[in-house]
Design a binder for this molecule. Structure first.
Ligand SMILES: Nc1ncnc2c1ncn2[C@@H]1O[C@H](COP(=O)(O)OP(=O)(O)O)[C@@H](O)[C@H]1O
Ligand SMILES: [Mg+2]
Length: 394
């Protein structure tokens, strides 16, 4: 599944904004406060809404009044996504829309939640709920005309629980199920180098690196034991990128725990992961993440350039792109011209804030950027030279 477009209304700094025709690898730049972290937070927010309730997701962000765009409290928050999904061997486009209002007695409410498909130019709802009541279509397969659809009325137990969640895992709500699974598997990376360090309990099992990186030892060990060729490729890349890098080995301690040993070519004794440099550990974590044999369907990373040597950012960008093309759509926000140099015209958006609210603009829609890129220029240099109008602090 892939997100093709996202439209926002009254989500913090985005009073009215859209990103359409989203590429598999999508790179976002913008001045401080332009909304890069906010855009990432839209995805976290949806994930949180699904994991708990809309009220909880709002609460952890300071409540409805903090999340709704300033001055728009009465209008409600709206998030809309166009998705492309494969269901029973058929590619389909669907639109998911979520509209949230202040509700009553301090409990926010879902004013509307819909999942719809286009049929002969008109939207047909497969799911449509207001404040916990609505219907879901149960014969999506025989999809022909709206009149023949069989609707099942449902009452959820709360006005702030997503129907996507509340309907449960019933096999007959196929589209809703696919979308729920898709969202649950998003990886919104929040990597903390200190969480990645240290001995981990080896009884755990990790097929994927977690979003915080706290299971790095387990994820590395999983590759080492089950995908040795991939692990060796990662090791080879580490040697090319980190001076003096020798061997990296997961090691089980006698008490059944797991650590990583980094061998520096100059010394006989390896360093345990607790003592290797931040940059080394981060590069290793990125490689483990990006060579995952089963990529997440969506990956969001903020400022991957932090702690990474600038010259290595080109290859890192290429690895993000390769991951995206293997089936995991990738969003990256960056402040790094070196990273941006490795991107293509089609991949870059920038955020511009005017009068307190931000909008997204696209590099390929800018005639000047397009002309320079076609003449062989590079994105990062163009950015540094000020060609991304409104992207720089005034
Ligand atoms: N409810 C809101 N309405 C309008 N603007 C908001 C709201 N909440 C936060 N902001 C503004 O949004 C901006 C947040 O930007 P952020 O996403 O952190 O930017 P970046 O990551 O690009 O530096 C800040 O300038 C903040 O003042
Ligand atoms: Mg930010």
């Amino acid at each position: 599944m892939k997100i093709e477009a996202i439209r926002l209304k009254n989500f913090k700094v985005f009073r009215q904004a859209a990103i359409t025709d989203i590429p598999a690898f999508c790179v976002i730049i913008g001045a401080n406060g332009a909304g890069k972290s906010t855009l990432l937070d839209v995805f976290s927010f949806i994930k949180d809404c699904l994991a708990a309730t809309v009220s909880k997701a709002l609460q952890t962000r300071g409540g409805y009044r903090e999340v709704v765009s300033r001055g728009m409290e009465g209008e409600g928050i709206r998030i809309e996504m166009d998705l492309r999904m494969r269901l029973n061997e058929v590619e389909r486009s669907v639109t998911y829309q979520l509209e949230i209002g202040p509700g009553e007695h301090g409990r926010p409410a879902i004013e509307q939640e819909t999942l719809s498909r286009q049929h002969q130019g008109a939207p047909v709802h497969l799911l449509n709920f207001q404040r916990g009541r609505g219907f879901v279509v149960v014969n999506e397969e025989s999809f022909a005309a709206a009149e023949t659809l069989q609707r099942e009325e449902q009452v959820l137990n709360a006005p702030d629980v997503l129907a996507l969640k509340g309907l449960g895992q019933f096999q007959r709500f196929q589209t809703a199920n696919l979308l729920r699974e898709f969202i649950e598997n998003w990886n919104i990376a929040d990597f903390h180098v200190n969480l990645a360090r240290g001995i981990k309990d080896a009884t755990g099992y990790a097929e994927h690196l977690s979003s915080s990186g706290d299971n790095l030892q387990l994820a590395a060990n999983h590759l080492y034991e089950n995908h040795r060729a991939t692990f060796d490729l990662i090791l080879q890349k580490m040697r090319q990128r980190i001076p003096g890098m020798g061997q990296i080995l997961p090691e089980r301690t006698p008490d059944g725990r797991l650590l990583l040993k980094f061998q520096d070519g100059s010394f006989a004794d390896p360093f345990v992961d607790r003592y290797v440099s931040d940059g080394t550990l981060k590069m290793f974590a990125y490689l483990i993440l990006l060579h995952d044999p089963a990529p997440h369907p969506l990956l969001w990373i903020e400022e991957p350039e932090n702690q990474v040597y600038p010259r290595l950012l080109w290859e890192l960008a290429e690895e993000f792109r390769a991951y995206a093309l293997r089936g995991g759509q990738v969003f990256v926000s960056t402040h790094s011209p070196d990273f941006l140099n490795a991107t293509q015209l089609d991949e870059v958006f920038w955020l511009v804030k005017r009068d307190g609210y931000s909008q997204a603009r696209r590099a390929r829609n800018d005639p000047q950027l397009k002309a320079y890129m076609e003449a062989g220029d590079q994105m990062g240099y163009l950015w540094k030279e000020g060609f991304f109008e409104g992207a720089d602090p005034q």
